[in-house]
Design a protein around this ligand. Structure first.
Ligand SMILES: NC(=O)c1ccc[n+]([C@@H]2O[C@H](COP(=O)([O-])OP(=O)(O)OC[C@H]3O[C@@H](n4cnc5c(N)ncnc54)[C@H](O)[C@@H]3O)[C@@H](O)[C@H]2O)c1
Length: 273
């Protein structure tokens, strides 16, 4: 597997597959639900899972970006009835990827309680409702894998994103409790923690962020492996945790962050004798 270089295309389609040699049937015979799969990371995960032989129910609150590919099943992750409807229509559920999330940016003094609650509702209550919906079918078939797409913001703090950071740290707690609760039923629960994703998630703040682009560029440059995280690398981590290759891994955070959560780089220290 070749890792894509900084600046590689993040869109879904042939140009996006440079990191992924693909097609090894690592999910053959499995059925997976992916939330937030209309675009971005979720769309890449759904495609990669299909390429690996899974039957994928790709869900989202929104319609798919562009018109190609299979349809998206409507599922608002905050809606209990939607979860019941989707899961009750499936013969088996082996994998759930809780990928859907929203972002709110802004300092605490300028974050409304409503915005804060909305982020927690989608990013934390949503995955809880998803887990609760699939536990029965997974238990009945002898097990399964639940993969939550968290964030580096669930591993280390950052200013200006209190709602999002709280939701992702909460997801770490939910993941650990669920892993311990469900392990004896053969159900594994893990988090993938990327330091990047689809820029569209923060596009409404692009204009304001232009004034401090140097700072954000320095943030992604100050890593063991500098630069943006390709969506395919995030999907590949989800694939590993979904597959039986990770059959003894549960309760774990898997950073896909170029080492960002490991600490800081002081380049000059590498030049010491
Ligand atoms: N974008 C980033 O920089 C970044 C960084 C680290 C982690 N992540 C995480 O990666 C995951 C995927 O995000 P992305 O980067 O692809 O962003 P994205 O905005 O492209 O994808 C999020 C998807 O979730 C869907 N969604 C939003 N609310 C929903 C709801 N209530 N029910 C169902 N679907 C809903 C959206 O329609 C969208 O398709 C998220 O969990 C996000 O927190 C993103």
């Amino acid at each position: 597997m070749r890792l894509a270089q900084h600046g590689d295309n993040h869109s879904v389609g042939p140009a996006a597959w440079s990191v992924y040699s693909g097609a090894m049937s690592r999910l053959a015979g499995k059925t997976a639900i992916v939330t937030g799969a209309a675009r971005g990371t979720g769309a890449v995960i759904a495609q990669m899972f299909r390429d690996e032989g899974a039957a994928v129910v790709a869900t989202d609150i929104a319609d798919r970006d562009g018109a190609d590919g299979d349809g998206i099943v409507k599922l608002d992750v905050t809606n209990e009835a939607h979860w019941d409807e989707v899961v009750s229509g499936m013969d088996q559920v082996d994998v759930l990827v809780n990928n859907a999330a929203i972002l709110h940016m802004g300092p605490i003094e300028r974050t409304s309680a409503e915005a804060y609650r909305q982020v927690l509702d989608v990013n934390l209550v949503g995955p809880f409702l998803g887990m609760r919906a699939v536990v029965g079918p997974m238990r009945a078939s002898g097990g399964g894998s639940i993969v939550n797409i968290s964030s580096i913001d669930g591993l280390i703090g950052m200013n200006g994103i209190s709602a999002y950071g709280a939701s992702k740290f909460g997801l770490g707690g939910l993941m650990r409790c669920a892993a311990l609760e469900l392990g004896r039923s053969g159900i594994r629960v893990n988090n993938v923690c990327p330091a990047g994703g689809n820029p569209a998630m923060y596009s409404q703040w692009f204009d304001q962020m232009m004034s401090f682009m140097d700072e954000t560029a320095a943030y992604s440059a100050n890593r063991g492996i500098p630069g943006e995280v390709p969506l395919e690398c995030i999907a590949a981590a989800a694939l590993f945790l979904a597959s039986d290759e990770s059959s003894h891994i549960t309760g774990a955070d898997l950073p896909v962050d170029g080492g960002a959560a490991a600490g800081v780089v002081i380049e000059g220290l590498n030049s010491l004798d």
